[in-house]
Ligand binder design. Sequence first.
Ligand SMILES: [Zn+2]
Length: 343
Amino acid sequence: MYHLMELPTKVLIGDGVISKLGDFVKDSSGDKKVVISAGSNVAARVKDTVDAALGGSPVWVEVAVADMANVRKVMSAAEGSGCIIGVGGGKSVDVGKLAAFRLHLPFYSVPTSASHDGISSPFASLKGLDRPYSVMAKPPVGILADIGVIASAPRRLLAAGCGDLVSKLTAVKDWQLAHRVTGEYYGSYSASLALMSANVVIERSRTLGKFEMDGVRDLVEALISTGVAAGIAGSSRPCSGSEHLFSHYLDMVAPEAGLHGEKCGMGTIMMAKLHGIGWKRVRSALKNVGAPVEAAQIGIDDSKVIQSLVKASSIRPDRYTILSRKKLDRKAAASLAKSTGVI
Ligand SMILES: [Zn+2]
């Protein structure tokens, strides 16, 4: 048994570091052009600073949707370039990451919010693929996280990042369960690393929820660390379990409702109950940071929650989780969602 660990080479984190982007990517860019995949809101917020930092004229590619059409758009712009930089929250990082992976180019992640762990992980989540969950790419070679920029992102995005972090509690439980039942590889080091990140939220939710500079820095470091945990595990196991399957199923039946981290956070409350771990602690931590704990808060009706609980494990039969074991029917799913206050 063996597996490959791929990890980011360098991380630059701090207030104002975006002005150092030019030096940060120099090893890869050299004299070649630099291509930036970015959302339009993001471009408006940081374009001048990024252009000045890169000291040339990087090619900006606007990414509105995380799908293959946008990946191809970035790939054609990146022909002959030195590297691709994903500047943004989620979509532009995912699109840039996959485009760079396919072109064998170095990829740099410059998160402008902290809503999920894709800022550092080797995975890209895209619409329109043959499966509704993330595809394996490579982790960014470098992550530049400007805490000043990230702290000024909408609170909702930061709270969603907390939702993606708490989900490691049940992801690790699912991984342990799978190891016992199927004999699948389990890495206790990467599992511990992922749990440590989840506990940043569970243990300090009140102070973290103010989203002051120190708290945002902890949030970002915890998210980077979970991506690294996935790199060490060589799979998404420490970061993504039954709560992510639930979230991915909701992506299909309620595509416009809620953010990834919000849906994962709610899933974690319910999966924690199934695992017999402290689901009330998860729920109150999410409330304390301002993340939704009821499906109605993000416009998802009860029947879709129930349907997702019943069907979620079918979208990835190779991934054994508590949902594979419990095989919830509609009645059991409704009772779980009601008893945890999700519906
Ligand atoms: Zn996630």
